[in-house]
Structure formats: structure tokens, C-alpha cells
Design a protein around this ligand. Structure first.
Ligand SMILES: [Fe+2]
Length: 387
């Protein structure tokens, strides 16, 4: 069945990808290629105690001028500012983020401050930069965020309890080193949640108002890879093939949504995350099937193809029924990998949903949702179903 296509689009994917078990050891050569001599590692408080950071530090040798390890989950403006001051004092000229989305986004924020000067809060917004920022090499230790190839950083203003978006093509990292050995130690719950973030990126790229064929190609293949390899990675963390394929799936999902954008799943999840501290992948995972059902009649052809990619048998079904199978596939898949199914289970308070609905309407992602939303009451209904 045909579906609507966008007649005008731009696809950008400038990040160099290096993949393979042990590839993290090549980081020194990548710094050299970027003409760097003083690399600063940006990582979190837990990872800095592990061998993962040591591997990167050893590989950098004399090129490493320091390690900033104060990143927390849901990184904050104050953390980025502290890291930037530290990096400036050391004269750092290259950033190496080692970690999940929080460490990567911290380094993106630091790249802005270390290049442009000032504090991070002076630079929030879209298309904020007028030129390249400090080179950034990413070594992900989770497989989900896609931030290793995206132009955006989400950094929390902890005082205001809101997430600030920094978005500019100059923030796209120069290099992503995808080394499955770096994700082997990820616990089951984090593996499942971050993998569901990647699956949300694929589905949102496909249903986005700005979807286009190149992003579609990546996103549909991403869905098939995640369907096959996420359960394996959750089941057996030491499965190096599954770990590697999930890293690739997360990266291509990142490339897809960085170009095609995301929609209401992310808009609603951002607000639940900001207000109740629900981890991003978990919030996405719970909201995903409810948002598919809300959007169902806006692009049933797309959802039926998603259902197909998830392995659903659609023969004999009419289009809407086939599309509905995408939501059903999400529930089956998330149950199988042990994800929470309701917002209630993850300590969201029902009384806070109305405010979240108002906030979600202001989130930048909502404008790309396939079904236009102007009334927060519509969003509240979706939250209540997910509650
Ligand atoms: Fe996401």
C-alpha cells in the first residue's frame, strides 16, 4: 500500500563510525586524526571506577590530560559548567565521552562552552552555533540513546525541573567508536530500557511528519535488529554478537531520528522524566503503544509496516487492524524483556499528569507528531491510559 512521502528533505550523517570488539583502543589514533593533543575524558561517577574508562585512558596515553567524572544520570546545567571550567583549566582540545546519553550530552554541552565561552544557560535553543565546536569522540557504554550521531543534547535544569534542548548540526560528534566490549557489563534493566529508547527512535522516525525514505530505511532495519537482538542481549549480557548489533541498531536509529525527528512519545516521555525522574527509555517504552493507538488513523500504513517489521502476521486484516498490531507488538515485546507496563508502576503521581500534559504541548518534538495536537486534554487522556 502506498504512503505519503515528503517531497523535500535533507539527510545528514557526518559521524565517522568505527565498529568492532576492542575498537575503543583506537581512540588515540582518532584524536590524532582530529589534530588533538590534549584529550579530556567525560564520564560518570560509576563508570570511572570500572575498567572501561581505564581502557580508554590507557589507549590515549600521554594524549589524555584528565578525566571529568562528575556526570550523573539526567545530567544538569551545573555539571556541564563545572566540566567546562575543568576542561578550560587543563587546556583540553578534544572531548572523549565514555558512557550513556548523559555523558555524551554533557560533553556536547562542554564542547559549546569550551569553544564559545560563557555558561551553558547562555546557549540554549535551536541552531545556536555559528561554527564548529571542540572535536568530540563518543564511546557509548549503552545501546539506545543514539546521541553519538545526533545534533541534540538534552540537559536538565534541576532547579526549574525542566529539560533544556541544545540543538545544532555543529553538535554532531565527529567519531563514534562502537565497541561491544564496552556494553558487556550493562545490567539487564538498563539494557532493556536503553534498547527500548532505540526502538522508540525507529518508530518515531517512521511516523514523524518529517519522515523520509533514507531515515525509513535505517529505522525499519533498526526495528528488525532490535526485535532480534535486544531479547538476546537482555537474556545474556555476554552475548557479544547481540551487544554489537544493538550498538549498531541504536546508532542507525539515532541517524534516522536525527534527520526525521521524533514525535509525541518523546514529548510525553520528556515531561514524565523531568517531573518524576522516570528514566527516558522506560518512559518511552510505557508510552509507545498508547501513542501508536492515539495516532493510528493518521498513518495506519506506516504502523502496519512497523507491525510487519516486528514479525506480525497481517494477512487478511484491514488496514486499521493491521496498524493496531504495531501497538500489540510493543506490549508483547516489552513484556518479554521485562519492562514496566504502566506509569503507576514507576512512581508517577496521577495528580501530576495534567501539568505534564501542559508541558508536553510545549515540547519541541510534538510538532512532528503525525497527528497534530493543540489541546493538552488530548495528551492527558493518553497519559491516563498509560497510567
Ligand atoms: Fe530517546
Amino acid at each position: 500500500m502506498p504512503y505519503d512521502v515528503n517531497l523535500n528533505f535533507v539527510f545528514r550523517f557526518p559521524t565517522k563510525i568505527i565498529f568492532g570488539p576492542g575498537a575503543a583502543k583506537e581512540v588515540g589514533m582518532e584524536v590524532e586524526e582530529l589534530k588533538g593533543t590534549k584529550a579530556l575524558i567525560v564520564t560518570d561517577r560509576d563508570l570511572v571506577k570500572t575498567d572501561l574508562v581505564k581502557i580508554v585512558r590507557d589507549a590515549l596515553g600521554a594524549k589524555c590530560v584528565g578525566t571529568f567524572s562528575d556526570v550523573t544520570p539526567d545530567t544538569g546545567v551545573h555539571i556541564v559548567n563545572a566540566g567546562s571550567e575543568y576542561g578550560a583549566a587543563l587546556g583540553a582540545d578534544t572531548l572523549i565521552s565514555v558512557g550513556g546519553g548523559s555523558a555524551i550530552d554533557t560533553a556536547k554541552g562542554m564542547a559549546i562552552c569550551l569553544t564559545k565561552g560563557g555558561r551553558l544557560e547562555d546557549h540554549a535553543g535551536l541552531n545556536i552555533l555559528d561554527g564548529p565546536v571542540m572535536p568530540h569522540i563518543v564511546i557509548p557504554t549503552t545501546a539506545g540513546t543514539g546521541s553519538e550521531v545526533t545534533y541534540a543534547a538534552v540537559i536538565k535544569d534541576h532547579e526549574q525541573k525542566r529539560k533544556l534542548l541544545f540543538a545544532d548540526n555543529y553538535l554532531i560528534p565527529n567519531v563514534a567508536i562502537l565497541d561491544p566490549n564496552m556494553t558487556i557489563g550493562m545490567p539487564k534493566g538498563l539494557t532493556a530500557a536503553t534498547g527500548m529508547d532505540a526502538l522508540s527512535h525507529c518508530i518515531e522516525a517512521i511516523h514523524s511528519m518529517q519522515s523520509e525514505p533514507i531515515a525509513d530505511a535505517l529505522a525499519f532495519h533498526g526495528i528488525r535488529m532490535i526485535r532480534e537482538f535486544l531479547p538476546r542481549a537482555v537474556e545474556n549480557g555476554g552475548d557479544i554478537i547481540a551487544r554489537g548489533q544493538m550498538l549498531i541498531a541504536a546508532t542507525i536509529a539515532g541517524a534516522a531520528f536525527s534527520n526525521a525527528q521524533v514525535g509525541m512519545v518523546h514529548a510525553l516521555a520528556h515531561c514524565i522524566g523531568a517531573r518524576f525522574g522516570v528514566p527516558h527509555g522506560i518512559a518511552n517504552s510505557i508510552l509507545l503503544p498508547h501513542c501508536i493507538l492515539y495516532n493510528l488513523d493518521a498513518c495506519p500504513d506506516r504502523y502496519s509496516r512497523i507491525a510487519e517489521a516486528m514479525g506480525k502476521e497481517l494477512r487478511g486484516m484491514d488496514l486499521l487492524k493491521a496498524a493496531e498490531q504495531a501497538a500489540i507488538a510493543m506490549w508483547e515485546f516489552t513484556k518479554a524483556i521485562g519492562m514496566p507496563q504502566t506509569l503507576r508502576e514507576v512512581n508517577v503521581e496521577e495528580s501530576g499528569l495534567e501539568q505534564c500534559a501542559n508541558d508536553a504541548l510545549m515540547d519541541g518534538a510534538i510538532v512532528y507528531n503525525p497527528k497534530p495536537i493543540f489541546d493538552p486534554a488530548e495528551i492527558l487522556k493518553v497519559y491516563q491510559k498509560a497510567f
